[in-house]
Design a protein around this ligand. Structure first.
Ligand code: SF4
Length: 275
């Protein structure tokens, strides 16, 4: 073991430099040049954005940052201009036919339902006739719409209730409709809005749910809560048409997998826009 005295000496060139006490004079700080928002602390910046008045879009109207209530009228106007023929896609002549078609449309396309209903309406023209249908025969006629056993039960149950408790006439009140077997609030809204021209609520289906969420008109996922969010944003007389417009937009542009934001008339009003 070598003692401290015998340790090899460090060459002069590698020895530690002497510390020279010298005051370093730094150049004066340049002011930061901001390219976007002013350079403020993150928390302050968030507050600033929230407090800032909503900017106008390129069309001079509410921007995508504006509250839903501010964007809603313009959203409705643009959708109505884009889909002037938006209407109920189910074929029907009477409230009873629409009720049957709407029950069949669960988990099925309107196009498929429209292929099935003409023969069904000929065979069972009234609630009394459908109430007396043989299950096997009815199931066979509606088989292609899917879930045909449950749907057949709902159709017979609904028809029996109308025949026995409403004199064979479809009721036009929400409460009476939702008490019918197989009829929920969504189906009741379809009947009231399209067969009775009564705006009692907004039909919330899968398209209305998706498009409303992307447009930040709602943050809810439950259809009843989504309906409650939408109703105060639009005048009552627009509720039925609103659902048709959102459904049409969901089918044509704001499709489930990859929305076509680049051709969307709402892109400057939509917080989810990819353009
Ligand atoms: S901008 Fe895109 S996400 Fe928004 S509504 Fe249009 S298609 Fe849907």
């Amino acid at each position: 073991m070598r003692n401290k005295r015998n340790a090899p000496r460090q060459p002069l060139s590698q020895s530690r430099p002497k510390v020279v006490s010298k005051k370093v004079v730094l150049p004066p700080k340049k002011p930061k040049i901001s390219r976007g928002a002013p350079a403020v602390a993150k928390s302050k910046r968030t507050t600033a954005i929230a407090a800032a008045p909503a900017k106008k879009s390129s069309r001079g109207l509410a921007s995508r940052r504006a509250p839903a209530a501010q964007r809603a009228p313009e959203i409705f106007a643009r959708l109505r201009a884009r889909y002037p023929d938006a209407h109920c896609a189910l074929d029907f002549q009477t409230p009873f036919q629409l009720l049957v078609a709407t029950i069949l449309s669960a988990q099925c396309t309107d196009k498929r339902v429209n292929m099935v209903t003409p023969a069904l309406f000929r065979r069972y023209a009234t609630p009394e006739a459908l109430a007396a249908a043989k299950p096997e025969e009815l199931e066979e006629m509606i088989k292609s719409t899917g879930f045909f056993r449950n749907k057949a039960k709902s159709l017979v149950g609904m028809s029996t209730a109308i025949a026995e408790h409403h004199g064979g006439v479809v009721p036009s009140e929400m409460q009476q409709l939702v008490e019918l077997p197989g009829v929920g609030r969504k189906t009741a809204n379809v009947i009231l809005g399209n067969a009775f021209e009564r705006n009692e609520g907004v039909v919330v289906d899968t398209h209305v749910t998706r498009v409303s969420q992307r447009l930040a008109l709602t943050t809810n996922t439950d259809p009843v809560k989504i309906e409650q969010d939408l109703m105060p944003l639009f005048p009552r007389e627009q509720w039925t048409l609103l659902a048709h417009l959102l459904i049409e937009h969901g089918r044509q542009i704001c499709v489930a997998r990859t929305p076509r934001c680049e051709e969307c008339p709402l892109s400057d009003l939509c917080p989810s826009s990819r353009v």
